[in-house]
Design a protein around this ligand. Structure first.
Ligand code: LLP
Length: 447
């Protein structure tokens, strides 16, 4: 049996790896009955299956294992909280952060600074200061202006920064326009034909800046391997060029994240293991072909680490019959807890979690949210036969759901529970109405 058939790659599945149905027809995740979870913690509820996160991490590590100097970094923007920092640390991952808040979360969790990478196309002075103060954080440079700013802050703080340059490689993955980042007109990164100029700016500050590597991220929810392999050749060329022309020996190559997951049966993403093994093999080949020493290799998965692990539970509300047909089923959440359908026309798979053994409906209903927008549709055509009070599960909501959630219509963000080994533990508490008014201030004259 080949390694890829033995290593589970959760990103090709729709449900978490621990999903089962019990004798009463209830959906079980991480050994926990979702009907009980909804009773105990309320709905909407984000459920995160630790076993799926572990299996995804294992698939990345196993795929990368043939490349000695490699490490996956988890892209915190997909879903971050202190528990997640601790979990990915245990799994041997580093962390990619993109804001002061994400960095603060990492610091609070005691995440090792030297395994933390700060990204962003417009990092603030405060963010750069925070990164330098947490000594050892690597900073991924996104513009010449940022080099100048970082150098002046580092001099003031008497600190030294290890930096990578994010390049725009001109490679386009197969994904939605809004989540492509590697194309020439991207707002992210330094165009390849500008790289030399950026290096020249960095070389003005040898006392405070140390250039250690190059980074690229071509986009997100990409199913194909091809663009990633293409990217690696482009990056290896840049490593060779900088060595030849400037004698700069870069030691870190970060090829970003972007591997997709299966949201519906129609999605066929490359399995995590195959993706990681192919990326590792390609880097080894590309650098050997150019007679270059192998750099440390980093990958930055977000969605493929956490997406499949997440399930959102909603309580079914009213149905609306149009022309005698049940055409709408409302639930108690929607675009505020999952803005992906309205933002990217994202598709999801859903089921009735308390009646798993019943056959699916023969006619579709529109699964709609509770928010005051006509576009608040979670699944356009869901084959659900559900009534008010049933529990609806939506799969694949672990990534970019909680992290993009809002308080639209002054609703509270749901709780998040981590399930593992038949235990359910809150890792983010449900917001309360008091949280909603906490930052409100009323001018005296209005009272
Ligand atoms: N590294 C960098 C520099 C990134 O910008 C991203 C994602 C990642 C890694 C992780 O990519 P992933 O493995 O998760 O595809 N909100 C959108 C996705 C935006 C992705 C932004 N950058 C969505 O819900 O589809």
């Amino acid at each position: 049996m080949s390694q890829s058939t033995r290593v589970i790659s959760p990103n090709v599945e729709i449900m978490p790896v621990s999903a089962k149905t019990n004798a009463q027809g209830h959906l079980i995740i991480g050994g926990c009955d979702t009907v009980e979870l909804a009773k105990q913690f309320g709905t909407p509820l984000y459920v995160v299956d630790e076993e799926t996160v572990r299996a995804s991490a294992n698939a990345f590590q196993a795929g990368l294992s043939l490349y000695k100097k490699s490490r996956p970094l988890y892209a915190g923007k997909a879903f971050l909280c202190t528990a997640m920092c601790h979990l990915i640390r245990k799994l041997g991952f580093g962390l990619d952060v993109v804001s002061e808040g994400e960095l603060y979360t990492a610091v609070k969790a005691g995440f090792p600074a030297d395994l933390t990478y700060l990204h962003g196309n417009n990092k603030s002075e405060k963010e750069l200061e925070a990164a330098l103060a947490y000594k050892g954080v690597k900073i991924v440079i996104d513009s010449d202006g940022e080099v100048e700013l970082l150098a002046s802050i580092a001099r003031r703080m008497k600190a030294r920064a290890s930096i990578l340059i994010r390049v725009t490689p001109g490679v386009e993955p197969d994904t939605h326009e809004h989540i492509k980042t590697g194309q020439h007109n991207s707002k992210f990164g330094i165009p390849l034909d500008h790289l030399e100029e950026t290096v020249a700016v960095i070389l003005k500050y040898p006392d405070v800046l140390e250039l250690i590597g190059l980074h690229a991220h071509i986009g997100s929810q990409s199913h194909d391997l091809g663009p990633f392999l293409e990217l690696i050749d482009i990056m290896a060329d840049r490593f060779a060029f900088l060595k030849e022309k400037y004698g700069i020996e870069l030691t870190q190559l970060d090829v970003g994240g972007g591997l997709g997951i299966a949201y519906t049966e129609a999605d066929r993403p490359t399995p995590i293991y195959d993706w990681a093994a192919s990326v590792a093999a390609k880097v080894a080949e590309a650098f050997s072909q150019r007679n270059m020493e192998l750099p440390e290799l980093f990958v930055e998965p977000g969605r493929s680490m956490i997406g499949t692990a997440g399930v959102t539970l909603y309580r079914a509300g009213h149905t609306k019959d149009i022309d005698g047909e049940a055409s709408c089923l409302s639930v108690d959440g929607g675009m505020a807890d999952n803005p992906r359908p309205i933002t990217y026309q994202a598709k999801y798979t859903t089921c009735v979690a308390n009646r798993m053994n019943e056959p699916p409906a023969t006619k579709p209903v529109s699964l709609v949210g509770r928010y005051c927008e006509s576009g608040d549709i979670i699944v356009k055509e869901a084959y659900l036969s559900a009534q008010r009070g049933d529990l609806i599960a939506v799969f694949g909501t672990g990534a970019y759901n909680y992290s993009m959630a809002s308080n639209y219509n002054r609703t509270t963000r749901p709780a998040c529970v981590l399930v593992y080994d038949s235990k359910a533990e809150v890792i983010i508490a449900r917001e309360t109405n008091d949280d909603l008014v906490r930052q409100d201030r009323t001018p005296e004259r209005l009272l």
